[in-house]
Design a protein around this ligand. Structure first.
Ligand SMILES: C[S@@+](CC[C@H](N)C(=O)[O-])C[C@H]1O[C@@H](n2cnc3c(N)ncnc32)[C@H](O)[C@@H]1O
Length: 364
């Protein structure tokens, strides 16, 4: 399978969108741990780092990481906090450029530790994985070419590491193009039945929705995804975190970039500059389907509390405000009595929960 070389040309719009999501998540992730009393070391692992910049000097993931660390260190009040950055790049020419690029960053990041390797991904993972335990918080960026590096054993190792979030890229378009190929699909959690509804637009959404099959039964985990169109092809990111706050922050970044895609994935054709007479017609399919699903679950009694609503939103790629809006809509449509529920991360964290009030005679 020919491999694309992302760094021969300036980054395209899709690559820039991917890197903006990475930057956006980093910007949310860093402040969570920077002053956390249970974390002594922040670690960012960039396993497919590239040379640092594209040929026009646009920032690649290593420079983005350095920029964001520099910005946040000013706000750190913990004198003993350690920040360790790990960069791996297999190609010799890119590795040399990466070293030059990082050497230019180091004077502006006093006290930050850098570790670099020129390994194949699997060797770098084996080497660095033991460092991911203890009083540390880890963010793993796995910007592979293709589809085959994040194997089931790698995925399952990552989801078991405490306080570890990951973001990986996958060339999902290849899955739709080579449905019959074991070389492509044999490395993925996808099953034959997933192909019946798959097309060039939704391929990444369907692929990302298959990854929960790889989460071991004894692990409670949250996954999110974002589809990225580059020319005619759709690729995407898969995000993972063991904590609601992690997925909440990822989804907030994703919704600032359009929800779960950087294009009109459901062909909603909404033009925000020319709203319809009826607000319902301007509602993206993903939001209206979520509202219907939430209503069903509330009326069936499977969602009973404010905390259930919050987790239901996160597990469906939505944020707390979507759950609050869906609840308000039920009240407006007289499916529920008037009530105020607190649906947010802060409310989820509190020991007490609030019950959803149903009309008398409905199951509770
Ligand atoms: C999509 S690019 C990463 C781009 C980078 N995140 C950036 O922002 O510039 C993937 C990189 O992984 C490197 N690579 C390919 N196969 C690899 C492997 N098996 N192990 C480690 N790196 C590899 C490629 O040389 C390429 O630079």
């Amino acid at each position: 399978m020919p491999k694309r070389n992302l760094h021969k040309k300036p980054f395209d719009e899709g690559t820039k969108d991917k890197l903006e999501l990475y930057r956006g998540y980093l910007r949310e992730w860093l402040p969570v741990f920077i002053n956390s009393p249970s974390v002594d070391t922040l670690q960012i692992f960039d396993f497919f780092a590239g040379p640092g910049l594209d040929i026009d000097g646009n920032s690649g993931s290593p420079v983005i990481t350095c920029d964001e660390i520099r910005n946040v260190l000013d706000q750190c009040h913990k004198r003993h906090l350690k920040v360790c950055l790990y960069f791996n790049e297999h190609a010799a020419d890119k590795y040399q450029k990466l070293l030059d690029c990082l050497n230019a960053q180091k004077p502006y990041l006093a006290g930050v530790t850098f570790d670099t390797r020129q390994d194949d991904f699997h060797d770098a993972f084996k080497k660095w994985q033991p460092l991911m335990r203890g009083r540390v918080a880890n963010l793993l960026f796995l910007d592979q070419n293709g589809v085959d590096k994040i194997t089931k054993p790698i995925f399952q190792s990552i989801v078991k590491i405490p306080r570890t979030d990951f973001l990986f890229f996958i060339s999902s378009a290849m899955v739709n193009r080579f449905k019959e190929s074991k070389e492509i699909c044999g490395h993925l959690p996808i099953k034959k039945e997933d192909f019946s509804s798959m097309n060039g637009q939704n391929v990444h959404r369907i692929l990302a929705n298959a990854y929960p099959r790889w989460i071991p039964d004894d692990v409670d985990y949250f996954l999110g995804s974002f589809s990225i169109k580059k020319g005619a092809n759709v690729y995407g990111l898969v995000f993972g975190s063991g904590h609601p706050r992690g997925i909440d922050k990822f989804l907030q970044v994703a919704w600032k970039h359009g929800g779960d895609a950087n294009f009109d994935i459901d062909k909603d054709g909404i033009d925000q500059r020319q709203p319809s007479l009826f607000a319902e017609y301007d509602k993206p399919t993903k939001i209206s389907e979520f509202e219907k699903a939430l209503e069903r679950e509330v009326l069936h009694g499977t969602l009973r509390t404010n905390k259930d609503l919050y987790l239901f939103a996160l597990r469906n790629g939505m944020i707390a405000s979507h759950a609050r809006d869906a609840l308000s809509l039920m009240v407006k449509n007289e499916k529920l009595p008037k009530q105020t529920l607190h649906v947010s991360y802060d409310a989820w964290k509190k020991p007490d929960m609030e019950n959803i009030q149903l009309f008398a005679g409905k199951k509770k």
